[in-house]
Design a protein. Structure first.
Length: 428
């Protein structure tokens, strides 16, 4: 585990009644120099006061909006198949308490159907995915996973009652992603134990895998005893971004070294340059990063993903404007209204395309064949780049795609979870 230093640790009533949960809590606390007696045992009735004491009303805003980065509080809870409605509890909590925080504390968290709709402005694969931890120590400015982490302690039950039924009911899905929403599971491993348990389960399936999506270099447990059916995917950022915008994550160099070590241990390794932030001197930093990735980690696929998911004024609140390339800053400001509500924004198409063109040229200096794809990008961007990439939005091999087991180079027939709109019903 990371060397976490939480100011407050809570254990929900009932957690320690399960021997497997109790052992997990003891392991995780022991790894950071604490005992179970250092944690406060609480009930659901105590939650409103916990929110007040710890300032969790702001726990799910982008971390760049906080005045300063703080250590994560920890809350050990359980996934519950019949988790109670949060409404009565929310009525007692301070105004502004995030409902998402209360839901996870009360045990909500079944399989999530990621449904990329036909009317979406971006291209992304629909799939089933799972989360058992909500909260991350990396402190990324654009992420809303700060201040507190809620941790499902009944991992074995979650796999038995959530993961296995979903995987068995969806044999078309070959790759399942875990804990990619508001955390990085490697920050809590090997003491949490989820990664090894998933490997053991998927190794018993005919052809399904799980994927570790990370910004961490905490991979020693993966190297000590390499895991079956495990794909490693790094979100990799340039030096300034990793240092200034993702202050608790591994540095660029550390991530690449970790990826190289996992490659040497036999893991399928993939990379997404994500998020690409056009800081001053971004070309030189990108050139150096790409060189290291291509010569050391040699990924089987590469994704390109520009910083997005917000409006221009939001980005300026979480990233110091003076850190950005002035031309890109001006272009973002001028396109603010045009990009309003456009999910691949806030930077306009021409500036994003300029960066993708640069990255693609640099990658091709080292490898003419490695699949390079656009991550959560627009149809217009795909139309521009598809001829150079060698595939389009229907058949591209996504780094975290549900139909992209190791070695995938094309997805001839994209499928979706039952009940999801089919984004690929027509050519894009």
């Amino acid at each position: 585990m990371y060397d976490l230093r939480p100011e407050a640790v809570y254990v929900l009533e009932g957690v320690m009644d399960d021997p497997r949960c109790a052992a997990r809590v003891e392991r995780m606390l022991g790894a950071i120099g604490l005992r179970v007696s250092d944690a406060r045992t609480v009930s659901v009735d105590d939650v409103p006061e916990m929110v007040r004491e710890r300032g969790w009303t702001k726990a799910r805003v982008r971390q760049g909006e906080h005045a300063e980065r703080t250590e994560l509080d920890l809350v050990f809870t359980r996934w519950l198949p019949d988790a109670p409605d949060i409404a009565p509890l929310q009525e007692r909590c301070p105004e502004g308490t995030p409902g998402s925080l209360l839901r996870t504390m009360l045990g909500h968290g079944g399989p999530q159907g990621h449904n990329e709709r036909m009317d979406s402005a971006r291209i992304c694969r629909s799939r089933w995915q799972f989360d058992t931890i909500y909260g991350c120590p990396h402190g990324c400015a654009y992420c809303s996973g700060g201040k507190v982490a809620t941790i499902f302690s009944n991992v074995e039950e979650y796999i038995e009652r959530v993961v296995i039924p979903t995987a068995e009911a969806n044999p078309w899905q070959k790759v399942f992603m875990f804990n990619s929403c508001l955390t990085d599971v490697l920050a809590f491993e090997p003491e949490y134990g989820l990664t090894r348990l998933l490997s053991e389960y998927f190794a018993r399936t005919p052809d399904q895998c799980h994927l570790v999506h990370t910004k961490s270099a905490n991979v020693q447990s993966l190297l000590d005893k390499p895991l079956d059916r495990t794909i490693c995917l790094w979100s990799t950022t340039s030096a300034t971004v990793s240092r200034e915008i993702e202050p608790g994550a591994a540095t660029t160099e550390e991530r690449i070294a970790a990826a190289a070590a996992c490659l040497a241990a036999g893991y399928p390794v993939r990379v997404k340059f994500k998020p690409i932030v056009p800081v001053r001197g971004w070309q030189d930093e990108a050139r150096e990063m790409i060189s290291a990735v291509m010569t050391q980690a040699r990924p089987e696929t590469i994704g390109l993903c520009f910083v997005a998911w917000m409006l221009a004024w939001e980005l300026e609140r979480i990233i110091a404007p003076e850190m950005l390339d002035p031309r890109f800053l001006q272009g973002m400001r001028e396109a603010a209204e045009e990009m309003r509500g456009f999910r691949p924004g806030p930077f306009p198409h021409d500036l994003r395309a300029e960066v993708y063109d640069f990255y693609l040229q640099e990658i091709r200096r080292y490898d003419r064949e490695v699949p390079v794809f656009l991550c959560t990008e627009s149809r217009a961007m795909w139309s521009e780049f598809a001829p150079r990439l060698g595939f389009g939005p229907r058949d591209y091999p996504c780094g975290c795609g549900p139909q992209c087991p190791p070695g995938t180079r094309l997805v001839p027939q994209p499928l979706v979870p039952e009940g999801c709109d089919n984004l690929f019903a027509a050519e894009v």
